[in-house]
Design a protein around this ligand. Sequence first.
Ligand code: NAD
Ligand code: UGA
Length: 427
Amino acid sequence: MNISIIGAGYVGLVMGACFAKLKNKVICIDNDEKKIAGLKKGIMPIYEPGLEELLKENRKRISFTTNIEEGVEKSKVIFIAVGTPAKENGEADLSYVEEVSRKIALAMKEYKVIVEKSTVPVETGDWVERTVKANNVHNVEFDVVSNPEFLREGSAIEDALHPDRIVIGVNSKKAAEIMKELYEPLRAPVIITDIRSAEIIKHASNSFLATKISFINAIANICELSGADVEKVALGMGYDKRIGKGFLNAGIGYGGSCFPKDVSAFVRIAEKYGYDFELLKTVERINAGQRANFIRKIEKAVWVLKGKTLGVLGLSFKPNTDDIRESPAIEIIKTLQAQGAEIRVYDPQTMAKAKEVLEGVQYCKNAYEVCENSEALIILTDWEEFKKLDLEKVKRLLKSPLIVDGRNVFDPEEAGKIGFRYIGVGR
Ligand code: NAD
Ligand code: UGA
């Protein structure tokens, strides 16, 4: 099938590569000229494991352009995968979705399926339809579909090619058949709904996962007060299939470009309908509290922060990505800096991006360099390579044997045996 994807970001680029792998002819469109020029030369704008190779393997079936008209003309299905960031008041900013909808409408000369892939508030489908109708200069038939995306950064390709489910919100039989045909090779469960239900499925799913994280973080706080270990509690809970093992890692709270904005957008959506989503407001409060608690732990461990050098591992909001949007690590480092601490930091993938937002820190070449002359080692992202550190060597390099672990990367007993004072989350 001929398809276009507007927005060549974490979602658009990964889905483009995956649809090309499934033998579709894909046009990736973005208004960022530098990004498109780079992609044409094979330069990756983001770090996502396996993406570069997948794009290379399928380069005959995927092309890049800034020209929406060209994409619309050559495609039957057009995906909208532009950003939907949070506005100051927490609502989703839909200006890119609107702009793109208008441009698609103006360029349509025959039947098209217009697919919302971006995460959008319920009723956006109605607005897209209205916008397209108002700009449908060639008066052609079209359908709007909501097809939310559930991939995670860091495992995006695996998630996209082996999804737990595919949600298709659609009011037309014709469009439903086209979408089913497109996804058929994945052999995943397909859930067909109306457009509004599909839109809510996405916000409800992300909010549920965020709730699970805040729940386990609340349990971690009780574990700290009672002397229990949240890792063992999570294990014992997770074996219950109704609860499940995933998303029970306590830590410094969720970050990223999705959960924070989607939870706050869902609170605002509910508010608009007159419903006070107290549960999600508490989820947000617990999440913010985790970062504040963690700073207090560091203060308690090293006392005065002013003039102390702290070694920090991790800048991305989670491992296996270079994404630092809404990363708890960045916020925590800025707070420590504001209190006068000197920061030495290392992250395997995000150093270049971090330099744009984080000044006055010493960027180190590796984890061991971070430890040199630091009063403590602070873990903010659970990269696999941090788990494999030689703790004896870490101890020799640090000024004092102290680890404050925001992601429960190390085993407290083992760290204790080596002679560390180890402070984790909920244990
Ligand atoms: P991103 O910022 O990485 O990419 C968005 C792209 O859209 C950018 O390259 C930008 O230049 C482009 N763009 C913006 N306006 C445009 C316009 N008018 N014309 C052409 N291109 C335009 O964002 P992302 O992380 O890929 O997220 C995109 C959407 O998908 C969001 O709604 C997000 O909530 C949702 N989502 C993201 C993920 C994820 O893991 N990142 C997962 C599921 C859903
Ligand atoms: C999340 C969802 O998992 C995806 O299904 C969804 O498609 C995506 O948002 C989206 O809508 O954009 P992502 O943000 O890439 O994906 O990353 P996650 O793996 O969900 O992690 C989000 C945050 O929660 C990270 O900061 C991570 O460290 C934190 N987290 C996750 C925890 O603190 N504990 C956990 O147990 C799991």
